[in-house]
Design a protein around this ligand. Structure first.
Ligand code: SF4
Length: 79
C-alpha cells in the first residue's frame, strides 16, 4: 500500500496558514504560528515530518502547490 511522506521546512514558513486552511486533516499551526503536521500523522513525534494515507494525498499536494514559499514536500513511500 502506498503512503506518503510529507515534510515541512518549517523554519522557512511565512505563517500564512494556507496549508492548514486547504488541508486541515494534515497541517496545523503551532504556538509560534509555523506550520506543522497534526500529531496523528507525525513520525517519531517530529512535528515537521509525517506519513499520511493515500486518501490524503490530493489535499497534501494541493497545499504543497499553494504554499507561497514551496517548503512542503511530498513523496510516496512503500509500506
Ligand atoms: S502554506 Fe507554506 S508558508 Fe504558509 S503556513 Fe503552510 S508551510 Fe507555512
Amino acid at each position: 500500500m502506498v503512503k506518503y511522506k510529507v515534510w515541512i521546512e518549517n523554519e522557512k514558513c511565512i505563517s500564512d496558514a494556507v496549508c492548514a486552511h486547504l488541508c486541515p486533516d494534515v497541517f496545523e499551526m503551532n504556538e509560534e504560528y509555523k506550520a506543522t503536521i497534526v500529531p496523528q500523522y507525525r513520525v517519531n513525534d517530529n512535528p515537521t515530518e509525517g506519513i499520511v494515507p493515500e486518501e490524503l494525498k490530493d489535499c497534501v499536494e494541493q497545499a504543497a502547490a499553494a504554499c507561497p514559499v514551496q517548503i512542503i514536500h511530498v513523496e510516496p513511500v512503500e509500506e
